[in-house]
Design a protein around this ligand. Structure first.
Ligand code: MN
Length: 275
């Protein structure tokens, strides 16, 4: 209840009835179950539902939507509401939906709160976004929440925002396959923008070093960031101190190029190969 006002708590009760009948909400992340971001998120969402946390035992940032297939998974049941999985965010949602909820399915999956932004093309690397996307497999709405901050994380505002947005999603619904990618600026929130995915200019870099046994190692990092703050993008919103909400879809089809490839006659050109 910390950081939540009485009015929103009472409204939540009125809307959803007695606590025992509350809707179930699945919370996951990619920073690991012990990250303060997921603790703040789960605690805040208790106002609108029964929260179960199923999250990676260790950090799985940039795991994207990978599933662990080459080895079995282990689940560490911490208590009735907290399960640590030695896998990815998508593994966590898969085990939650098939095993842990055991037929009594949640109505919403919220992933985060990530330590750091998931903006532009980073959404395709993001385990946080993937956790929300995996919800679409089960016909559930998903929300990914990230705090665009590098140090001194304060998750209070982002957690409160996640609650209010979850209410809207539960009331109004989302189309099948759609998730909301939410990025919250550091410091006081100046407003909210519904945005499109922007793009970064600088690419990852690789640091080379030598380990104590004289073997070379390579560590993927990122150069100091620059990005396109084009109008209407997630980056522009964050640059203005606004919360960015980008709807993403599991259908990655590039519809403009689809039409162009058709008009270029590629189908006809390649047709003779299919004898
Ligand atoms: Mn992360």
């Amino acid at each position: 209840m910390r950081g939540l006002n009485l009015q929103s708590f009472v409204l939540g009760l009125l809307r959803l009835g007695p606590l025992s009948d509350m809707q179930k909400i699945l919370v996951t992340n990619d920073d690991g179950i012990h990250s303060p971001g997921i603790v703040a998120l789960a605690e805040a969402l208790e106002v609108i539902g029964d929260v179960t946390v199923v999250a990676p035992a260790h950090e799985m940032s940039a795991a994207s939507r990978s599933l662990t297939l080459a080895r079995p998974l282990r689940v560490d049941r911490i208590d009735d509401r907290h399960f640590a999985v030695d896998g990815t965010p998508a593994d966590c949602v898969t085990l939650a939906m098939n095993l842990i909820f055991d037929g009594d399915a949640p109505v919403l999956v919220v992933s985060g709160i990530n330590k750091g932004g998931n903006l532009g093309e980073d959404v395709t690397y993001s385990g946080t976004v993937a956790g929300a996307l995996e919800a679409s497999v089960y016909g559930l709405p998903g929300i990914a929440v990230s705090l665009v901050q590098r140090i001194n994380f304060d998750f209070a505002a982002a957690a409160q925002f996640a609650v209010e947005l979850s209410r809207l999603v539960l009331d109004d619904g989302l189309p099948q396959g759609t998730v909301l990618n939410v990025n919250v600026p550091p410091g006081p929130v100046q407003g909210v923008r519904v945005t499109r995915q922007g793009s970064k200019i600088i690419r990852p870099n690789v640091t080379t070093g030598t380990d104590p046994r004289q073997r070379k190692y390579y560590w993927i990092g990122e150069e100091s960031l620059t990005w396109n703050e084009e109008i209407g993008t997630d980056y522009e919103a964050l640059g203005q101190g606004l919360v960015s909400i980008t709807p993403l879809h599991s259908d990655l089809t590039d519809h403009r190029t689809l039409e162009r490839l058709k008009s270029l006659g590629w189908q006809t050109a390649l047709e003779p190969l299919s004898k």
